[in-house]
Design a protein around this ligand. Structure first.
Ligand code: URA
Length: 184
């Protein structure tokens, strides 16, 4: 079994794609390294790039509130992203950037060994569930990913842009809470 230290050291030196050239900090992940639940976002934004931590900007504040609704916080879950370096101007990470990076995430998932996987937004869900994943229709539905129950929530940035989606996310969070109670 590999160690977190080896993985972090190797990842910190990553130059597998062009995003390495423009990053301020690589954003590896944060939280409980043996969490029951892993949250997987898309990629670092401006604040995350500056601070080296996932979900510390406005979307991160909303993620904290979403977790609080179901009794979670950053000490109980593990949080990371599909790509570890900020795409310029927060554009979507390109398919080859995702492909270059996703091996780090797979190794993180192996080490955390969570019972439940939660994707934040369409990009993260598509990377594991399939390119035909539709967030508007399939958020809150359970899939099996890497042998574990997995669901996608609307990305907190989407909820900031369109607060009318928040009631649906509240329902999804309650489903997540039920599954956590079942699995733990
Ligand atoms: N959005 C993401 O998908 N990830 C972050 O870490 C921050 C914003």
């Amino acid at each position: 079994m590999e160690s977190w230290n080896d993985l972090k050291t190797e990842c910190a030196a990553c130059r597998r794609c062009d995003l390495a050239a423009t990053r301020t900090n690589l954003v590896f992940g944060v939280g409980n390294e043996s969490a029951d639940v892993i949250f997987i976002g898309e990629g670092p934004g401006e604040q995350e790039d500056l601070q080296g931590e996932p979900f510390v900007g406005p979307a991160g504040k909303l993620l904290d509130t979403m977790m609080e609704i179901i009794g979670l916080d950053r000490t109980k879950v593990y949080i990371t992203n599909i790509v570890k370096c900020r795409p310029p101007r927060n554009r979507d990470p390109l398919p080859d950037e995702q492909e270059a990076c996703i091996g780090w995430l797979r190794r993180q998932i192996d080490l955390v060994d969570p019972r439940i996987i939660v994707f934040l937004g369409r990009i993260a869900a598509m990377a594991f569930i399939g390119s035909d994943f539709r967030i508007t229709r399939q958020h809150g539905q359970w899939f099996e990913v890497l042998g574990r129950p997995a669901m996608a929530l609307y990305h907190p940035s989407a909820l900031l842009r369109d607060p009318s989606k928040r009631p649906e996310t509240f329902v999804d969070l309650k489903l997540l809470q039920q599954e956590i109670q079942k699995q733990t």
